[in-house]
Design a protein around this ligand. Sequence first.
Ligand code: NAP
Length: 235
Amino acid sequence: MTTTLITGANKGLGFETARRLVAAGHTVYVGSRDAERGRRAAGELGARPLLIDITDDASVAAAAKTVEAEGGLDVLINNAGIEGRGEGNGVIGAADTTADTLRELFETNVFGLVRVTHAFLPLLRRSAAPVMVNVSSGLASLTGMSDAASPGHFYPGIAYPASKTSVNMITVQYAKAFPDIRINAVEPGFTATDLNGNTGVQTVQQGAEIIVRMARLGQDGPTGGYFDAQGPLPW
Ligand code: NAP
């Protein structure tokens, strides 16, 4: 039996990933920073709710303690994230980006991911088949963002892409440090969720595809990579 935690799984891509992994036979913890939203989502899916605010040390530590007491963890999906849009739900452009804009994004997308990983690593290292999936973005790719022909090239914001490029580097470094854990970054594609005011062009079913695939990776699969549903992406 594989036990999986998905952060930010009360809605969006995390919720759809949870639905698919429950159907595949995983025991799934639906991570949510709000107890009621988490309970409702987990109840709907036949999963376990887990209260976890990834920006809060005490919340993350308590969540790790709960999962450890209930038997441990095999798969960690670092999915919770924010885009941090500005007024009128527009992307915050270069001229309006401040240190605080970055600080807020990094607190969730980068520091939150490391906070959760650090707390759950001891549990993963006890698993017979440990896997970690970091939900990154196509906007993380320095190659893509500096290529005018790339679909993400138009994106005007600084903080969100920079936070996801950090996620990619963190993925590479964790993968080297823990060769027994399959650790990969994934790009779900531009998906209609609350994150982008539902402007995405894909459904959550399409977006969750690569997250689910990498979560179900056997121990022979790749590690330290960056993938979308079509295959490896350029860094
Ligand atoms: P979403 O529908 O807005 O879901 C984001 C989830 O993260 C929600 O459950 C949210 O909880 C949770 N969250 C935010 N801050 C949190 C915190 N401090 N602690 C715990 N949970 C927190 O967005 P989504 O599109 O599914 O995003 C999921 C991941 O995919 C993100 O990492 C995002 O960057 C990435 N991604 C999305 C797209 C896309 O086009 N949608 C493309 C590439 C990558 P609340 O409900 O409490 O706010």
